[in-house]
Structure formats: structure tokens, C-alpha cells
Design a binder for this molecule. Structure first.
Ligand code: GH3
Ligand code: MG
Ligand code: MG
Ligand code: MG
Length: 303
């Protein structure tokens, strides 16, 4: 099996302070899965953070941070709490198992174990994880354009707003609305309208260069862009790039008063989030500027 097949079958982190226990699990799983190893709890957490495994097989009794503490730490970290944990341990009392499940483990395997049963339990947890990941991605993605949806945008806005409150950095938002899009649908039909929305979404996305920037579909023919750590001048540059990118698409729009092709209007706002401020103020400011861009004749941005 190739490395990419292994990656598809899930990446598993094996945590145990005894090397011989790690080896047993390694031999059992290495043909079907990509494996990572940690010999103590602190290293397990660091590796989980850096490599984002799909499943963790966790020893209970370890010097320093034991398995229960590792499991509790994983459950408490938003970016790690979706990784399922199976305890694999010599402990076998019902209260040990209960404690593990209460700490957030999804399964508990006592030694001595049966190899086939361990493989089957691992596979079933990886399947559940894959389904959960797929559902999560769906819940955050706009079905038509493939960009983030409004739920995803709102979650990012909240966390970036709080981050910028802590760090004193600015946060910018650009609201984008397609000009005379009702007329576009009336003239060319709704299927062409859908295609146009996809093209505009892709053109806007291509204007974003930094990983934290986020483009989302905000509503019908409205997009919104979150630009963390960018001030008003920087955001205006991005808005200008987006305006040009949509013009360059050259999608014919005979019924537009702004141009012979599809255009957008953009509203740009940036703020230094104050301790008592709220993110909605940033959206309101961008919306007010979008309205000014529309009133000013469309096919432009206001910053
Ligand atoms: P303005 O320049 O002032 O923005 O005018 P407009 O016609 O774009 O604005 P209005 O809000 O009147 O119309 C928005 C249109 O967007 C109406 C609606 O049919 C269309 N629309 C919204 N969502 C979709 C979609 O998913 N697909 C298609 N094809 N059209 C959509
Ligand atoms: Mg141990
Ligand atoms: Mg609109
Ligand atoms: Mg519009």
C-alpha cells in the first residue's frame, strides 16, 4: 500500500511509555495506517497539535502526565477535541473504564487484547471520524460556490475579533454585492446566474493571498471577506484588486447600467476592536459603505 493510501486510511498517534507496547500496536496497524508515536503525555499533546492525527491510542498509566490527564487536555482544546481517543491499557476494572469514558475517550481496550478486535475497533472509530469531518466541512461550506458559508464566517469573525481585542491589531471586512443581479437573472436565466455567482466567488477568492483571510458567501449575491490584522489602507488595496478581478471576468451583462459586463460594488471597513466593542459594528460600517458605492453608481468600492 502506498503512503497516500495509508494517509487516506487515517493517521494514528500511539502513546505509551513502554516501547514494547508501542511496537505491538505498530505491528498490528502499520500495514493499513500512517502511524505517529509518543512515549509520554506532553509529547503526545505536542504531536497531536502539530500533526492532527485522526485517532489516538492512549496508555492510561504513564509517569508524569497520565492518559486521563492527556485525554482531558485534548477535550479542553477546541482544535483537538474532535480527535477520538481509545484507551489501550493493562487496567481492566470497570471504574478505570468509566473514568476513561468520563474523561472523553470513545473506547477502552484492556490487555491482553485480540489483534483482530483492536483493528476492527480502530477502523470503526476512523470511519466515524471521517464522517464527522465530512459533515463539519459541509456545515461550513456554501453548496453553490464552494466558499465558506455565513455560519463559518460568523465563527471566524467572533474568534478574530476576540484575538484582535487581545493583540491590539486591526481587523477589516469587505462586503461585496453583485450589481444589477436581478436583471442578470431576468435576462440570462437563473442557471446562468448560478454560474456567474460561482465565477465571481472564484475571482474574489483568487485575490486573497494570506492564510487567515476568509471569503464567505453572506447571502444571495453577496460575499464578505474577513481580513485579520489589516488596516483600512490594506483592505482598500484588496477591494481594488477584487473590483478589477470581477471586471476582468468579462461576463456579459447587457441589462446593467454600470457596464456591459458583470460588476460588483464593495464596502470596506477596518477597526481596532475595543474591549467593549462588538463585531457587528464592523459589519454595519462595511454595509454602510457598500450602500454608498451603490448610490455612487456601482462598479466601485468605498473605504
Ligand atoms: P443592486 O445592483 O442594487 O445590488 O441590484 P440587484 O438586482 O443585484 O439586487 P437585488 O437585491 O434586487 O437582487 C438580488 C438578486 O440576486 C435577486 C435574486 O434572484 C438573485 N439571487 C440571489 N441568490 C441567488 C442564487 O443563488 N442564484 C441566482 N441565480 N440568483 C440569486
Ligand atoms: Mg504505561
Ligand atoms: Mg444584494
Ligand atoms: Mg446586487
Amino acid at each position: 500500500m502506498s503512503w497516500t493510501d495509508l494517509a487516506e486510511n487515517g493517521r494514528i498517534l500511539i502513546v505509551d511509555d513502554a516501547m514494547e507496547n508501542v511496537r505491538v500496536l505498530q505491528q498490528l496497524l502499520c500495514d493499513d495506517h500512517e502511524l505517529l508515536f509518543a512515549l509520554d503525555g506532553a509529547k503526545a499533546l505536542a504531536l497531536a497539535r502539530a500533526q492532527r492525527p485522526d485517532l489516538i491510542l492512549l496508555d492510561a498509566v504513564m509517569p508524569g502526565m497520565d492518559g486521563y490527564a492527556v485525554c482531558a487536555a485534548l477535550r479542553g482544546a477546541p482544535e483537538l477535541c474532535g480527535i477520538p481517543v481509545i484507551f489501550v491499557t493493562a487496567l481492566n476494572a470497570p471504574e478505570d473504564e468509566t473514568r476513561a469514558l468520563e474523561a472523553g475517550a470513545v473506547d477502552f481496550i484492556s490487555k491482553p487484547f485480540n489483534a483482530a478486535v483492536v483493528r476492527a475497533r480502530v477502523r470503526s472509530q476512523l470511519t466515524i471520524k471521517r464522517q464527522a469531518d465530512a459533515l463539519r466541512a459541509l456545515s461550513l461550506t456554501d453548496a453553490l460556490t464552494g466558499v465558506a458559508n455565513r455560519r463559518s464566517f460568523n465563527a471566524s469573525l467572533d474568534s478574530e475579533w476576540r484575538r484582535c481585542q487581545r493583540t491590539g491589531q486591526p481587523l477589516a471586512v469587505i462586503m461585496v454585492d453583485i450589481d444589477h443581479f436581478k436583471e442578470y437573472n431576468d435576462r440570462y436565466g437563473h442557471l446562468a446566474g448560478d454560474l456567474c455567482l460561482q465565477q465571481v466567488g472564484a475571482a474574489l477568492n483568487a485575490c486573497l493571498a494570506r492564510p487567515p483571510d476568509l471569503l464567505a458567501r453572506y447571502g444571495g449575491e453577496e460575499f464578505i471577506i474577513l481580513l485579520p490584522q489589516i488596516d483600512a489602507d490594506g483592505a482598500a488595496v484588496v477591494a481594488g484588486r477584487m473590483l478589477d478581478a470581477v471586471r476582468r471576468l468579462g461576463v456579459a451583462h447587457a441589462n446593467s447600467t454600470a457596464a456591459a459586463h458583470v460588476t460588483v460594488s464593495l464596502g470596506v471597513a477596518a477597526m481596532l476592536p475595543e474591549a467593549d466593542g462588538e463585531a457587528a459594528a464592523l459589519i454595519r460600517a462595511a454595509d454602510a459603505r457598500l450602500y454608498r458605492a451603490k448610490a455612487g453608481g456601482r462598479d466601485r468600492y468605498c473605504a
